[in-house]
Design a protein around this ligand. Structure first.
Ligand SMILES: Cc1ncc(COP(=O)(O)O)c(C=O)c1O
Length: 380
C-alpha cells in the first residue's frame, strides 16, 4: 500500500500560472507587484488593515517582539504545548519564556493559567490557535487588558478559523501566520504578520529591512535590523492560495467530517473541539486517546507507520524538551502544567492533507483502530 502522508497542499492551475508569471515578470519595477497584491488580499481576508509577507511565521513572531521593544529581563508568557517556533523568538530578543498550561477542550492557552503566570516582568503573551482551534479569546483579552499586557496571536496553524465572527490572526496587538508546506495555505515556506497597529507595523517594516527608513534608496541604515522577506514567486503562490482560502478551509472541514463519521461511536477517542461560536479550520485532525486504552503516542505512531500511515505526535510540552531543560520556568512548568502533561502523551495528528478523499480517511481510521487493538493486546 502507498504511504499516506500526514500533510500536503492543494495546488491548482491558479497557483502555477501566478508563480510562472512572477518568475517571468516580477522583476525590476515590477518586483513588488505580487507582494502588494498578496498582502492586500490577505489583510482583507483576515480583516486587519496591515499585512506584511515574510519568510516564515517564526520571523513574524520575532519582528513583533522586537517591534514591541521586548528584551533581556522581560518575561513573555507562552502556551506550553506548541511547536518550539512559538517560543524560540522570545529567546531571540533575549527575553524569558514562561510556559503555561492549556485548556483541556480547546488545547489552547488556559485563561486562568495565563493570569496566574503574570508577574511584574511580564511584557507580552503569545497565544497559539493550536491545530486550528481557538482559545477563549474573550477571557484572555479581558485578563490582558486588565493587566495591560499585549497579546500576540500565533495563528500559524489557524488560517481561516474564526471566533465569534472574528478571524484568527485579528486578536491581540498582532498576529503571525505560517505558510510552510504542511499548512492549510502554503507558499512553500513563508509567513505573514498582520496588525491594526500602524506604529507597530511601521516599526516592524523598518526592522525587517536591515533597519533603514521607509523609502530609503541610499543605504542609510539607522539601526541594525534583520533581513526578513519572501520572494515574488512565493508571494504569487500566496495570492492564489488566498483567493482560494474559502475552498481550502471548506475542504479541511470536510476531511474532519469524514474522520468524525468514521470514528463515530468511539467515545474513547477525542477529536479536535469546535465550540458553538468557533469555526475550526482543522489544520491537523488530532486524536487524543482515553487513558483507559493505556497507549502511548510514539508506540501508536510506529504501529501506524507499519500500516503505511504517517502521523505526528501531539506537541510535547516545551518545558519537557532538552532545549529548556535547565530553565527555572520550565522546571516550574513541568510541575504545574497538569493538563498539557496529561493530554500530550496520548495525542497524535492523523493524515490531514488535501490529497485525502473519504475512502482514504476510512482506510486510515480502520488501520488506526486496528493499531489501537494490536497495542492493547500486546500490553495485556
Ligand atoms: C504553532 C506554530 N507556531 C509557529 C510556527 C512557525 O512557522 P514557520 O515554520 O513558518 O516559521 C509553526 C509552524 O510549524 C507552528 O505550528
Amino acid at each position: 500500500m502507498k504511504n499516506i502522508g500526514v500533510a500536503g497542499p492543494w495546488i491548482t492551475e491558479l497557483e502555477t500560472s501566478y508563480v510562472a508569471d512572477a518568475a517571468k515578470n516580477a522583476w525590476f519595477s515590477n518586483h513588488a507587484v505580487y507582494h502588494q497584491r498578496f498582502e492586500a488580499a490577505f489583510a482583507d481576508a483576515i480583516g486587519t488593515p496591515y499585512a506584511m509577507a515574510l519568510p516564515s511565521c517564526t520571523s513574524a513572531l520575532h519582528l513583533i517582539l522586537a517591534a514591541l521593544g521586548i528584551g533581556p529581563g522581560d518575561e513573555v508568557i507562552v502556551s506550553d504545548a506548541t511547536w518550539i517556533a512559538s517560543s524560540a523568538p522570545i529567546s531571540y530578543v533575549g527575553a524569558t519564556p514562561v510556559f503555561v498550561d492549556m485548556d483541556p477542550l480547546t488545547w489552547c492557552m488556559d485563561a486562568r493559567a495565563f493570569e496566574r503566570a503574570i508577574s511584574e516582568k511580564t511584557k507580552a503573551a503569545i497565544v497559539v490557535d493550536l491545530y486550528g482551534g481557538m482559545p477563549d479569546w474573550d477571557a484572555l483579552e479581558g485578563i490582558a487588558s486588565a493587566h495591560n499586557i499585549p497579546l500576540i496571536e500565533d495563528a500559524a496553524e489557524a488560517v481561516g478559523s474564526c471566533y465569534k465572527g472574528r478571524m484568527a490572526g485579528s486578536f491581540g496587538v498582532a498576529g503571525a501566520f505560517s505558510f510552510h508546506g504542511s499548512k492549510t495555505m502554503t507558499t512553500g515556506e513563508g509567513g505573514m504578520l498582520v496588525t491594526d497597529d500602524k506604529v507597530l507595523f511601521e516599526r516592524a517594516q523598518f526592522l525587517r529591512d536591515h533597519g533603514r527608513p521607509a523609502g530609503d534608496r541610499f543605504f542609510q541604515n539607522t539601526e541594525v535590523g534583520f533581513k526578513y522577506k519572501m520572494s515574488a514567486m512565493q508571494a504569487a503562490m500566496g495570492l492564489a492560495q488566498t483567493e482560494r482560502l474559502d475552498e481550502l478551509v471548506e475542504r479541511k472541514q470536510a476531511i474532519f467530517g469524514w474522520y468524525e463519521k468514521a470514528l463515530a461511536g468511539r467515545d474513547d477517542i477525542v477529536l479536535n473541539h469546535q465550540p458553538a461560536d468557533v469555526l475550526n479550520s482543522y489544520w491537523m485532525v488530532t486524536a487524543v486517546l482515553d487513558k483507559s486504552l493505556g497507549i502511548k503516542k510514539l508506540d501508536l505512531m510506529e504501529s501506524l507507520s507499519g500500516h503505511g500511515i504517517d502521523s505526528r505526535p501531539f506537541f510535547h510540552p516545551l518545558s519537557s524538551l532538552h532545549a529548556y531543560e535547565n530553565s527555572p520556568q520550565a522546571i516550574k512548568a513541568r510541575d504545574e502544567n497538569k493538563v498539557a502533561y496529561d493530554i500530550s502523551p496520548r495525542g497524535i495528528n492523523l493524515p490531514s492533507g488535501f490529497q485525502l478523499d473519504e475512502e482514504t480517511v476510512q482506510t486510515v481510521c480502520e488501520k488506526f483502530q486496528q493499531s489501537i487493538g494490536e497495542l492493547q493486546s500486546a500490553t495485556r
